[in-house]
Design a binder for this molecule. Sequence first.
Ligand code: PBG
Length: 327
Amino acid sequence: MTFPTTRMRRLRATPALRAMTRETALEPADLVAPLFVAHGDTARRPIASMPGHAQLSVAETVREAKTLAAMGVGGVILFGIPKSKDATGSEAYAEDGVVPRALRAIKESVPELLLWADVCLCEYTDHGHCGVVVDGRVDNDRTLPLLARAAVTYARAGADLIAPSDMMDGRVGRIRGALDEAGLTDTPIVAYSAKYASAFYGPFREAAESAPQFGDRRGYQMDPANGDEALREVALDLDEGADMVMVKPALPYLDVIRRVKDRFGVPVAAYNVSGEYSMIRAAAERGWLDGDRAALEVLTAIRRAGADVILTYHAKEVAPLLGGEER
Ligand code: PBG
């Protein structure tokens, strides 16, 4: 059947028809909001490159978590800005570190909100790399026990999901083993499996004060040119016990999200990273595009590509816009 029998515009004629035939749903419960928890009592330290976001004190993090939960946002993922950094990132696995303290406080006052804990050393090492550096190189195998220790610390403090973002080989298996040994057999692991060495992490590194002090992360994060390799990463992480896998960033890698979903059929998360957020906010501030509409379009596209869950700095701004009139 072709025109004039077929007219594709018939089902686009009214908001009700469009709503009824829409293929992709986006709900606040699908979203996870990243929060930056800083040491000290200063409630909020604004992050210049991420308008609307700030480093938060533990008390302010709890308040923010309550607001997000009331909006129906599914979860938060915490990143810590410690008081002091050292060569092995000790505050990443210290029981009284900022992230464990925030986890305990949020768990107590907002128990319904899912708490994700990012596991990585880069915010806690004085050199800013994601693992232990030996002879100028990030040493994979020496980093693994530290990551496992951080994971157990966070899970004990109340994290519902453990999300390793370091890109060391074998970390999912090590973390699974450590969690199981600690009796935390029911704590799921979300592996940042396909994490690319991306320019879009720029604002995050200001927010988390985690820029590498020498070199870059290309020796452990993926080359943006590679897609097949992402499928190998995912397969390995699933074999090691990952419950959910992640693609990061999201927008430049929608093809990877789709391939992962089609090939493995497992829950897929996508991280709509800091630079993806900042470029929309910057353009919106200049009046070059409608920021709310652009954010909704991007998030819908990430869902359409196959992501079940989206980690996004837009969570708070878009949650009130979802489920209502189309924009
Ligand atoms: C830690 C980590 C990073 C992000 C999440 N976890 C930064 C990096 O790899 O440099 C980036 C998130 C973002 O840009 O929003 N390894």
